[in-house]
Ligand binder design. Structure first.
Ligand SMILES: [Zn+2]
Length: 307
């Protein structure tokens, strides 16, 4: 008899402890509900740590992104679309321009992918200006700049600083519209997307155009070192060539204009490698687009707060 009373007391104690535990768990859930958090936004997804309940829940929420777009070069056949991503979170202003050279397909393909991808990028903040196809007729013709029926010169030798004497009016007009649009945005980071026929590794083979797997930049060497390290260590496949920095930017290029006009801004050109042999790109377009987008991911890792 005594034994069973003792047992009942123990059972009762156990039940009490279980009830108390359930109540405590319920409190946590209620707090999350009150904060308007969903499971996806709880601190548990960030390395198993539950955030203190008095944390500002706004810090956890993704930014609200507004996308607007408009045309530049209207009234000409080079009319092209500009996209602007505005967020409700403080952050840097980034300008990305693709398609200055039409046959450097991975550049403008990456630019076009960004039109839909940027809106839901993890950690997006600040503002982004995107011109995917700066030289749209050349892009469509898969040509560096020559398009039948148009009197173009190399667009990347037609920008205002160091512009080639041979620059043609139609290309100067495009370069002016690009400069005006980017300058009006007042960006902190200015990037253009290009490709090269060969990789820097092949320089000793006596090949020309060996800018592949480089980022062309003359200023902000500290940031560029961080960016290249981040890409090589985090995104590059072990079997793939490392990216490295190249300092020699071309007179009359987009890069040269912005580097010389805004020396305190981060300006760089992405040059992926086409692996060009006997008139054919031997490196698959999807791989080159991945390289383009992953360099940008590495940059966003550095300039945004990402979970
Ligand atoms: Zn190019």
């Amino acid at each position: 008899m005594k034994k069973s009373v003792l047992l009942n007391i123990k059972t009762l104690g156990l039940i009490l402890i279980i009830v108390l535990c359930l109540l405590l768990v319920g409190c946590n859930n209620k707090t999350d509900d009150e904060n308007g958090k969903t499971d996806d936004q709880s601190g548990e997804n960030q390395g198993g740590e539950v955030k203190p309940i008095d944390d500002d829940p706004k810090e956890e929420d993704p930014a609200n992104v507004t996308v607007t777009n408009w045309k530049i070069l209207e009234g000409t056949d080079s009319v092209t679309t500009v996209y602007k991503f505005t967020t409700d979170k403080e952050g840097p202003k980034v300008a990305i321009v693709g398609g200055i050279h039409g046959d450097e397909t991975a550049g403008w393909t990456a630019g076009l992918r960004l039109v839909t991808a940027l809106e839901t990028e993890n950690g997006i903040c600040g503002e982004i200006l995107l011109i995917p196809q700066a030289n749209i007729l050349a892009d469509k013709a898969d040509s560096r700049y020559k398009v039948t029926g148009y009197d173009f010169s190399d667009l990347n030798r037609s920008f205002p600083v160091g512009r080639y004497e041979s620059a043609k009016e139609a290309s100067i007009q495009i370069s002016s519209a690009i400069v005006e649009t980017v300058e009006a945005f007042e960006p902190d980071y200015i990037i253009d997307l290009h490709e090269s026929l060969h990789s820097w590794e092949q320089q000793e083979e006596g090949l020309k155009t060996t800018l592949g797997n480089t980022l062309i930049a003359s200023n902000n060497s500290r940031f560029m070192r961080q960016l290249i390290k981040r890409y090589n260590e985090t995104y590059r496949l072990e079997s793939e060539t490392e990216f490295r920095q190249e300092g020699a930017n071309q007179l009359g290029s987009f890069n040269y204009y912005f580097t010389t006009t805004y020396p305190d801004k981060v300006v760089y050109t992405i040059e992926t490698n086409r692996g060009y042999e006997n008139g054919v790109n031997t490196i698959d377009l999807e791989i080159r687009v991945r390289h383009q987008l992953n360099i940008l991911e590495a940059m966003f890792d550095l300039i945004w707060t990402r979970s």
